[in-house]
Design a protein around this ligand. Structure first.
Ligand SMILES: CCCCCCC/C=C/C(=O)SCCNC(=O)CCNC(=O)[C@H](O)C(C)(C)COP(=O)(O)OP(=O)(O)OC[C@H]1O[C@@H](n2cnc3c(N)ncnc32)[C@H](O)[C@@H]1OP(=O)(O)O
Ligand code: FAD
Length: 646
């Protein structure tokens, strides 16, 4: 064990194990997660570092691993969805799996959209992996759902739907598992009796069940990408492909071609809401991994000098702390927000299953906003962590380049982030309702008293200071009042309408304000949820260290968005000048606990897959060891010497 990292652990002021329990949701859950993590010792999962393999080899290794996972899950009798998820995230490490989409989109779509008869047919096939599925929605030319071109036309004479990609732009593009899957949920515009009824989901067989040869359908892999090398994102061109009427999910077409309207057309979009909710937790996980790597490495790396003494640990540089500790605070904040998002998703989708759709719009708005907010922040955070590791952060051995490449598409998939932030219609609607005197419930209820508080842009000196920057509840309040930026967005729309613009143009001309309002709303939610969590934590040592992190998270956010807080008169200029001073104090308070705080995330070394983030801190000898395994070192003299240089 590296002596620096031993010393760091001795300095911790709290019980790391107890904090792990809080993150996991209880000691039992930690125990079970650790039991599941023992799978890492299974030699059947031994594999080559994907960084030393070609794309095709990576895909093959990933398929082998996915198949092994299925066998082992059966062998160990793991069937609880949360446990399956935990098991897979351990085995998968920092990469995706080729069968990922089957689990996260295909199966959930079947579970939520099959009727009884369909469940009977498809669920046994899909859960036994005879049917391997993908989710084909996006097209070469479109993502916007109303604009999708693929058609499904009902033919009552044969009781079939005819699926067709009428143009080049309508070719399905991106769905994972282009080579792996034999079925797809295809999203297409439904036509019956000559009328379009909008987007619906259909199960389409793509490949022969025994030979895996494509049916008369063009299907394949779209080629290498920025990351996602394990995943065969695919294309799918349908040329008048016929499927039985029973393959339409939620069956809305009667045998005579009559269309029966669903309770809400948006139920077809349910799988996206599910994944967006999941991505909030994934952001927390990846932020936690990145911080673990960067902070452990910063504790063992010595460089330059502060005083004329031996080179200090780079974690002692104030600037290094300023780079990393706000991200550490963010990892904790997002972990608690992830817990909230999961609970909220299951609570509301439970109600939806019982026929109560009243909270569907809020679930959509919250999941879309938090997905965008947390993935954007994490995406930039990973890169900060990588650069904070200097040159070694650039090596794939650090895992940070892989974490970035695998994570960055979360800002794009399941709804491009700006587009998701613009799903703020709900916020604006809520604001208008509150203004009209309606009492809002839930997370939007803060808009109820906006009229009385009325935050306006005017000189801060003319207003009493509202915020004690050392008081967390005051900080939450100030974020709440800043979230009133939705008022500016609503006003901007109003002004545009007064210029006789159409509603659509007024909306587009206010889009920057709307994204800002969404961002402020999400930021408020994160600060509030982090603060609320503290009241549940009884252990005084842990409460103290998490309170310090929550304060840092809140103050750092204010410092980054100081213009909003000043303009709204929420903080005075002297207070704003105090914030960097307080942030520096908080960095010093966090410093002795930094390594313990990342240890509490409890990532086994094999899951982290990072030479820089090793638990034992023995970085240099292992960097050397890793480099020697590079395929270029397989022979002392590379064949290119003989071919070209000799
Ligand atoms: C964990 C690891 C996972 C790794 C694998 C992930 C692989 C990735 C897979 C994918 O990316 S799958 C494809 C994902 N695609 C998208 O996310 C598309 C994004 N676009 C949209 O969601 C929609 O186009 C839109 C931007 C929301 C617009 O929707 P639409 O075209 O229907 O517009 P309108 O007809 O105007 O309807 C807007 C109306 O509907 C409400 N609404 C929209 N979405 C939902 C929803 N999901 N649930 C409930 N309600 C929804 C919206 O609020 C509007 O309501 P009103 O204002 O009219 O009341
Ligand atoms: C790794 C990966 C995996 C994927 N897996 C799947 C899958 O399994 N199944 C599937 O169906 N799809 C999948 N996708 C596709 C993914 O869902 C889309 O790429 C994503 O929804 C974004 O759409 P787009 O690519 O059309 O971007 P665009 O919508 O073209 O975005 C381009 C730019 O236009 C802007 N823009 C677009 N619309 C608006 C607007 N209304 N207002 C303001 N700005 C706007 C965006 O902000 C962005 O800056 C995957 C994508 C990736 C990268």
């Amino acid at each position: 064990m590296n002596p620096d990292i031993v010393k760091e652990r001795q300095n911790a002021s709290f019980d790391v194990q107890k904090l792990t329990y809080i993150l996991d949701g209880g000691p039992e859950k930690t125990k079970r997660r650790r039991e599941i993590s023992l799978v890492l010792n299974d030699p059947d999962f031994d594999e080559e570092d994907p960084n030393f393999l070609s794309r095709s080899e990576r895909y093959e290794q990933a398929v082998r691993k996915s198949a092994q996972m299925i066998l082992k899950l059966r062998e160990y009798g793991i069937s609880d969805p949360a446990e399956i998820n935990c098991y897979k995230s351990v085995v998968r490490g920092n990469f995706h799996e080729s069968l990922g989409l089957h689990y996260v989109m295909f199966l959930p779509t079947l579970y939520s959209q099959c009727d009884q008869e369909q469940s009977k047919k498809w669920l046994p096939l899909a859960t036994s992996f005879e049917v391997l599925g993908t989710y084909a929605q996006t097209e070469l030319g479109h993502t916007h759902l109303r604009g999708l071109e693929t058609t499904a036309t009902f033919d009552p004479t044969t009781q079939e739907f005819v699926l067709n990609s009428p143009t080049v732009t309508s070719i399905k593009w991106w769905p994972g598992a282009g080579k792996t899957s034999n079925h797809a949920v295809v999203l297409a515009q439904l036509y019956t009796r000559g009328k379009c009824h909008g987007l619906h989901a259909f199960i389409v067989q793509l490949r022969h069940m025994d030979t895996h040869e494509p049916l008369p359908i063009l299907v394949g892999d779209i080629g290498p990408k920025f990351g996602f090398s394990e995943v065969d994102n695919g294309f799918l061109k349908l040329d008048h492909v016929r499927i039985p009427r029973e393959n339409m999910l939620m069956k809305h077409v009667e045998p005579d071609g009559r269309y029966v309207k669903p309770a809400s057309a948006k139920l077809t979009y349910g799988t996206m809401v599910f994944i967006r909710s999941l991505l909030v937790g994934l952001s927390a996980l990846v932020m936690a991994k990145s911080c673990t790597i960067a902070i452990r490495y910063s504790a063992v790396r010595h460089q330059s000098e502060i005083r004329s003494e031996p080179e200090p640990q780079i974690l002692d540089y104030q600037t290094q702390q300023y780079k990393l500790f706000p991200l550490l605070a963010t990892a904790y904040a997002f972990s608690f927000v992830g817990q909230y998002m999961t609970e909220t998703y299951y609570r509301i989708s439970g109600d939806i299953n019982q026929g109560d759709l009243s909270e569907l719009p809020e679930l959509h708005a919250v999941s879309a906003g938090l997905k965008a907010f947390t993935t954007w922040t994490t995406n930039t955070g990973i890169e900060v962590c990588r650069m904070s590791c200097g040159g070694h952060g650039y090596s794939r051995s650090s895992a940070l380049p892989d974490l970035y490449a695998e994570f960055t598409p979360t800002c794009t998939y399941e709804g491009e982030n700006t587009v998701m932030m613009l799903q703020t219609a709900y916020l604006v609607k809520s604001y208008r309702q509150a203004k009209a005197g309606e009492q809002l419930r839930g997370i939007m209820s803060y808009l109820n008293d906006m009229e009385q508080r009325h935050v306006r842009a005017h000189p801060a000196s003319a207003r009493p200071a509202l915020v004690d920057i050392n008081d967390l509840s005051d900080l939450v309040e100030s974020y709440k009042l800043r979230a009133a930026l939705v008022e500016s967005a609503a006003k901007s729309i109003q002004q545009e309408l007064q210029k006789r613009r159409s509603h659509e143009d007024a909306w587009n001309n206010s889009a920057i304000d709307l994204v800002k309002a969404s961002d402020a709303h999400c930021h408020y939610m994160v600060v509030k949820l982090f603060t609320d969590k503290l009241s549940e934590i009884g252990d005084p040592d842990i409460n103290l260290v998490l309170t310090t992190l929550a304060q840092l998270y809140a103050l750092h956010g204010i410092a980054l968005n100081s213009g909003d807080f000043l303009q709204a008169g929420l903080l005075t200029v002297p207070q704003m000048q105090q914030i960097p001073v307080r942030i520096k104090e908080l960095l010093c308070l966090i410093r002795p606990n930094a390594v313990a705080l990342v240890d509490a995330f409890d990532f086994p070394d094999k899951v982290l897959s990072s030479v820089l983030g090793r638990y034992d801190g023995n970085v240099y000898e292992n960097l050397f060891e890793w480099a020697r395994r590079s395929p270029l070192n397989a022979t002392e003299v590379h064949e290119s010497f003989h071919k070209y240089l000799k």
